[in-house]
Design a protein around this ligand. Sequence first.
Ligand code: ZN
Length: 79
Amino acid sequence: MSFIYNKNDARCMWCKRTKNPHPDFNFETIPIKVFKSKKGRKIELCFSCYEHETKAIDEDIDFEEKLDKKFELLKLLNL
Ligand SMILES: [Zn+2]
C-alpha cells in the first residue's frame, strides 16, 4: 500500500487533517492515498482513516461503494 508523501494540497477527506500527525514530520503534509469510489469520485484518505475503513468493512458492501456512502453522508451533514 503506497501512500503519497508531501503532496502540497494533501487533505484527508474524512478527518480533514492536512498536517502529518507524526511529530518528527511536523512540517510535512499528511500522507494520503487517492481512492476511486464506485461512482468515480476521487477520495483522498490518510492512513488512519484508510485503516479504519478497511477494518470496519462490511461483507455486503465493498470498499469503493462505502467511499460513496460516506462521501454522500458527509455532504448531507455539510461537513
Ligand atoms: Zn483521515
